[in-house]
Design a protein around this ligand. Sequence first.
Ligand code: AMP
Length: 116
Amino acid sequence: MSDSPSIFTKIIAREIPADIVFESDSVIAFRDIAPQAPVHLLVVPKTEQFANVAQLAAGNPELLAELVSVAQQLADEHTNSEFRLIFNTGESAGQTVFHVHAHVLGGHLEEGTLGH
Ligand code: AMP
C-alpha cells in the first residue's frame, strides 16, 4: 500500500518536477498535477513518517497546525483567503498517496464537492 520513498519525497528531493509554491524546513507545497478547482495546492510535511492526518495529529500535532497555517498563507496569496481543506484518509476515501498531505482548494468551488 505505501511506497517508500513516496512520490512526494521524490518531489522534495527534486527527483521529479513539481510547481513548488512554498517551502520551509518542515513543509513543502506545490500545485496538484490534476487540479479539481481553480486553485488546488498540496501541502505536505517533508517527513513521510505519517501516512495520514490521524497519524499526524497523534504523532506531531504541531506539524499538523503548521500545515493548516501554511494552507491559510497560501489561500491568502493564491485566492481570496477562503479555502477548503481536504485530507483523504484511506483508500476507500480516495487516498492514493500514503504520505500525509492536505488538499487546499480555492477559487469558485462547486457546492457539494467534498472530494475528487
Ligand atoms: P490523494 O488522492 O488524496 O492521496 O491525493 C494525491 C494527489 O496527488 C492527487 O490529487 C494527485 O493528482 C496528486 N499528484 C500525484 N502525483 C503528483 C505529482 N507528481 N505532482 C503533483 N501532484 C501529484
